[in-house]
Write a protein that binds this ligand. Structure first.
Ligand code: FAD
Length: 398
């Protein structure tokens, strides 16, 4: 009898952790994992590459580290859509890949909310090429200032004040002294501005206030408002009813994310690229498809809204997904996913951070230390101890 085939889309936190756990359980099935790159990226550290305080190699490792070739085939290609009726995955370069059971964990894309100009003129923190673009763009702006002294080149505006934005602001303020020295720039002309409606909305106001005050002390200007429109070197924002403009050579949009566009292209019922999955992570009406990570939405019974999308939840879902995929192959009952929040820490650059861990508010070095523990733990959970020893974060050096 033909072996069943499990296909995993995406080799990020959700997909690769599922693969690791699934391989450990030796299912009676062939496994295929499809990803557009041949490396796994520690997305939670992308802001460091964007600011230029870390290199891309430091936050990536080969997918092959996790693959057991006896059980799994890796296909490097871009997924265009899923044909749910034919049970096939349609790829950009190769022919369709048929599945018996499918796991979708294709992560996030930047959400523009329809704001004019974001798509064309904003820089986003979403993957390795996008953050390398940001680093290169900022360095080019500083280098060109020496030629034409256009001060707007030295203004960096960040839209949104959630996790990604604050982490980027923290890192970029760490990098500025080096940029100022290297390009012989007049430091008093450099501006870093954050246009925000609510800083760190996931934290209590005292913690959020700590984050703001630390970044303010490093020169970040917080401007209350909402980005309204973006043009080359112009960021328009509304504060109340008034429209303002900032002339800026760099605009980084951190205002929000949505699930992969593959979800909408495949005709799933979705909101902003996220499918509200059943308790066992299957898609309503499609018991052979599971969705996890940023493409899934699970309602928090505490508040009736979906849990925020995080690497933490993606990896916890992955453990259930691995169990449930094996159960599907064996014809057993599936387990319902239960989320156990371990807390969240937002880095603020240097040895500073702010967060809530196990119900405790942390700030400064203890929060920074916890951040490193969390990062190293995720490296072990997916890449294994060897990967953690090669790529891990052990304190101040990057
Ligand atoms: P990902 O880990 O993003 O993986 C998706 C995979 O799919 C990638 O390998 C990608 O290459 C691949 N892929 C995408 N599209 C295609 C396609 N069409 N075809 C083929 N392959 C494709 N979360 C936390 O818990 N803690 C944090 O501190 C934290 N900090 C963050 C900081 C930043 C700067 C950012 C951007 C995010 C942060 N997050 C954090 C959120 C976290 O990174 C995401 O929630 C997490 O990456 C989601 O995991 P995932 O498995 O759904 O997708």
């Amino acid at each position: 009898m033909r072996k069943k085939r499990i296909v995993i889309l995406g080799a990020g936190y959700g997909g690769l952790r599922t693969l690791k756990k699934l391989q450990e359980s030796h299912p009676n099935a062939d496994i295929v994992i499809i990803n557009k790159n041949d490396y796994h990226c520690e997305t939670t550290s992308l802001h460091e590459v964007a600011a230029g305080t870390t290199n891309a190699e430091k936050i990536c490792y080969p997918i092959s580290c996790v693959i057991d070739k006896k059980q799994t085939v890796f296909v490097q290609d871009t997924v265009l859509r899923v044909d749910r009726e034919e049970k096939k995955v349609i790829l950009k370069q190769r022919g369709p890949v048929a599945y018996d059971f499918l796991l979708i964990s294709l992560g996030f894309e930047s959400e523009t909310f329809g704001i004019q100009g974001i798509e064309d003129y904003a820089l986003a923190i979403s993957d390795i090429p996008s953050v390398q673009r940001i680093r290169h763009h900022i360095e080019t702006q500083f280098a060109r200032w020496a030629e034409d002294h256009k001060d707007e080149r030295l203004t960096i505006v960040v839209g949104g004040a959630g996790f990604t934005s604050l982490e980027f602001l923290g890192e970029v303020t760490e990098r500025l002294p080096e940029l100022i020295r290297r390009y012989d720039v007049n430091g008093s002309k450099v501006r870093v501005v954050c246009i925000e409606s609510t800083v760190l909305p996931m934290f209590d106001r005292k913690l959020a206030g700590y984050g703001t005050s630390r970044l303010r002390a490093r020169g970040v200007e917080f401007v209350p408002g909402r980005v309204n429109r973006v043009l080359p070197n112009h960021v328009y924002y509304k504060s109340g009813e008034e429209l303002h403009v900032i002339h800026a050579g760099t605009f980084v949009w951190g205002g929000g994310v949505r699930g992969s566009s593959v979800i909408a292209a495949s005709g799933f019922e979705q909101q902003r690229g996220r499918v509200q999955v059943n308790g066992d992570l299957t898609v309503p009406g499609y018991p052979d498809i599971l969705i996890i990570g940023d493409c899934s939405a699970i309602i928090d019974p505490g508040c009736g809204r979906p849990y925020p999308t995080t690497a933490q939840i993606a990896m916890q879902q992955a453990d259930y997904a691995a169990y449930n995929l094996k159960a599907l192959v064996d014809g057993r009952d599936l387990k319902a996913f239960v989320y156990k929040s371990k807390g969240t820490v937002c880095s603020l650059g240097g040895n500073d951070a702010v967060g809530q861990v196990m119900g405790r508010n942390l700030r400064g070095y203890p929060a920074f230390f916890m951040k490193k523990v969390i990062e190293n733990r995720s490296l072990v959970k997916i890449g294994g101890v060897e990967t953690m020893l090669r790529k891990g974060r052990f304190g101040f050096s990057k």
